[in-house]
Design a protein. Structure first.
Length: 265
């Protein structure tokens, strides 16, 4: 009995034996294969956008939006010329729902229709997680970067007003070893009157999508014009829909805060 087993294994060769015993590791609980996450396609990216929706006041220091969650420093026209922050790309939990989420920094957008921004996303499509990176200047939709983004990656993003009508949006993934920078004209009527660090329920084809279950995303080192975001006493933005909280930012300490998923819609 043992001799026959040995002969069969020997016939497989070293590579076959390795594959035989490694095979169970490729399956998750319940016997389903664990597939690597997909990268967001250019076609999908061009259907997505990130402008603020349904802003309302909750208190003197807190507002509510149907698609943004995080913090926004606000001021007069020309108040802010740069914004930056770092975060760890969250892992999204995917089920039967099609969901979307984005994480980014930007100038403008809080009190006007302009917005210059860059960040990442984490979506669930066909029960599969998809991750990607992008930049956007409203009113155009996002433009994707053809790069690899994985959950757990360390990202740093910045947007800078160059003072000549153009903005430079830079996104770096130190885990994957890439950095992308795009310089483009700012939105028509840009004011530089706000600087934001945001987790978002992405707008897809003109409608706010269900929010991916991202657990908690941690933003660190958030600054505006080189100063910690908290030094501006920024507005807290809570994401809410259908009378339920969708995502809730934690307390801002210097330039650090967490943002936690609560509900799909």
């Amino acid at each position: 009995m043992h001799h026959r087993t040995f002969v069969r294994l020997a016939a497989l060769g070293a590579a076959g034996v390795t594959a035989l015993f490694a095979a169970p590791a490729a399956f998750a609980a319940g016997g389903t294969a664990t597939a690597a996450p997909l990268q967001v396609s250019a076609k999908l990216a061009h259907q997505e956008s990130h402008g603020l929706q349904s802003l309302s006041r909750r208190s003197n220091t807190s507002v509510e939006s149907s698609n943004w969650s995080g913090y926004a420093a606000t001021g007069s026209d020309g108040e802010f010329t740069s914004v930056s922050a770092s975060w760890v790309q969250p892992t999204v939990t995917c089920g039967s729902k099609t969901t979307y989420s984005s994480y980014w920094v930007g100038l403008d957008g809080y009190s006007n229709s302009a917005l210059e921004q860059t960040g990442t996303e984490a979506d669930c499509i066909g029960r599969r997680a998809e991750y990607g990176a992008w930049w956007e200047v409203l009113p155009a939709s996002e433009t994707d970067y053809s790069v690899t983004v994985e959950p757990g990656d360390s990202l740093t993003a910045s947007v800078v007003d160059n003072g000549n009508g153009t903005f430079t949006m830079t996104l770096t993934d130190s885990t994957e070893g890439w950095s992308k920078s795009t310089t483009a004209d700012g939105s028509s009527g840009y004011e530089d009157s706000s600087a934001e660090v945001i987790a978002e329920a992405t707008e897809v084809n003109g409608s706010i999508a269900k929010l991916s279950d991202f657990g908690t995303v941690n933003f660190t080192g958030a600054t505006a014009d080189g100063n910690t975001l908290s030094s501006y006493s920024p507005n807290e933005i809570v994401m809410a829909g259908n009378s339920d909280i969708k995502a809730q930012p934690g307390t801002l300490s210097g330039g650090d805060f967490s943002d936690t998923w609560e509900n799909y819609s």
